[in-house]
Design a protein around this ligand. Structure first.
Ligand SMILES: [Zn+2]
Length: 413
């Protein structure tokens, strides 16, 4: 199969004008200039298209896709979410949300998601979707449902049936909802399994104050639940605490990091986390300026995720990158593109397989058709206000767009 486009952007290496990608079965076998094609038949041609690797969204909660919650501060929002999860029919809403979220992701050019489910209901649904996925099993000590302990976490992980497109991951929820012992136990377990792990971290001022020993910003009911589960302040900085439980473990994914400070960086560098910045969720909750430049200057890998749909208006990491380009333009277009492709793939442990257009990698591709020709395809992608992909492939299977036979092949879960 040969796909030709006005621009091919491999991410690793320069953009190719009038380029092509050829793949056989699920693998890329050639990437180059259309001049090299000679008389070979081209199955798909997009003269105004920008062909990129499929986008990778490293952090989302697809089960929240169909959940509308009133906008508020983070803690009020979280309480409303917990209340909704206890209502009759909540599982059905979550399940349909996972399926719809996977479809919306594919339609946005996302070919791989790192998805967290509170009750582990995501993976059987996502297994039926052609999207590539890392299904994180979540541990939250005072939740209504498993996993609340390391034993329940292990049972949840062992229940997940992996396949070529599905990898399991481990997600201790946050330092105020998981004890120190279980944070370490989760990261160590993921390391033993050689699977990714992630934790929401330094998301709010109140959380960071709690870590330092001041829990007055947390509600009395939350403090009581924490005490009942043996969750106590480590009385240290966020960076030092993360480094403490992540030591000797596989590098983890630090989700948010909204309130990391310069003093956190030296400790964090020792354990090399990838920080997942969710720009529109950050803005949704009205957090103060994100320390993006500081994190990058410290040599940390930062990638972009959408978080759940209630906090962002789409499930597109490209839209997150556009948001950064528009509101906090401290990163160039090529770096932004890496943050939503190759670097995100690396964060999920999948850089050998996806994230760039290279021979031997999986044929996960997206073609974004621009409405005007351009000499700067990457910048054009970030300038565009709303460009949906004309075609998307995962592992060589077309999942969005018009097939070469003219049929619309929007495969849906
Ligand atoms: Zn999240």
């Amino acid at each position: 199969m040969i796909v030709r486009a006005g621009w091919v952007v491999p991410v690793e290496g320069p953009a190719i004008p009038d380029g092509f990608v050829e793949f056989r079965d699920d693998r890329i076998v050639r990437v180059g200039s259309a001049k090299e094609l000679g008389a070979l038949p081209v199955e798909h041609a997009f003269p105004r298209g920008v062909l990129t690797p499929g986008l990778v969204n490293p952090h989302t909660h697809l089960e929240l896709t169909d959940l509308a919650l009133p906008r508020s501060d983070f803690w009020t929002w979280a309480r409303a979410l917990v209340a909704r999860r206890g209502e009759p029919g909540a599982h059905d809403v979550a399940a349909t949300g996972v399926a719809r979220g996977a479809r919306l992701s594919l339609e946005a050019g996302v070919t791989c998601v790192g998805d967290i489910s509170r009750s582990n209901l995501h993976w059987p649904i996502l297994r039926q979707s052609p999207i590539r996925k890392v299904c994180f099993v979540e541990l939250l000590a005072f939740a209504l449902e498993p996993a609340r302990t390391l034993a329940e976490l292990r049972a949840g992980v062992e229940a997940v049936d992996e396949d070529a497109l599905l990898t399991v991951g481990v997600s201790p929820h946050a330092p105020y909802s998981v004890s120190s012992a279980d944070l370490y136990g989760s990261a160590a377990y993921a390391t033993t399994l050689d699977r990714p792990w992630c934790v929401h971290f330094a998301e709010t001022r109140e959380e960071v104050a709690f870590l330092a020993g001041d829990d007055r910003g947390l509600t009395a009911s939350l403090r009581e639940r924490m005490a009942n589960c043996g969750i106590a302040s480590p009385r240290t900085s966020a960076g030092a605490y993360f480094a403490e439980f992540a030591t000797a473990c596989r590098p983890g994914l630090l989700v948010h990091g909204n309130y990391l400070t310069p003093t956190d960086l030296a400790a964090l560098r020792t354990v090399e986390p990838t920080v997942i910045y969710c720009p529109r969720a950050h803005a949704y909750f009205g957090h103060t300026d994100y320390p993006l430049r500081m994190l990058l200057d410290a040599g940390l890998r930062v990638v972009l995720g959408t978080d759940g749909l209630p906090c962002s208006t789409t499930l597109s990491p490209l839209d997150e990158a556009r948001f950064v380009a528009a509101h906090d333009p401290v990163v160039d277009g090529a770096s932004l593109l890496r943050m939503i492709t190759l670097d995100s793939a690396a964060a999920l442990g999948l850089a050998e397989r996806i994230g760039s257009l290279a021979v031997g990698k999986c044929a996960d591709l997206a073609v974004f058709e621009l409405d005007a020709p351009t000499d700067e395809p990457i910048d054009a992608l970030f300038r565009a206000t709303c460009v949906r992909p004309a075609a998307v492939w995962v592992a060589g299977q077309q999942v969005v767009g018009q097939s070469s036979t003219g049929a619309v092949t929007c495969r849906r879960s």
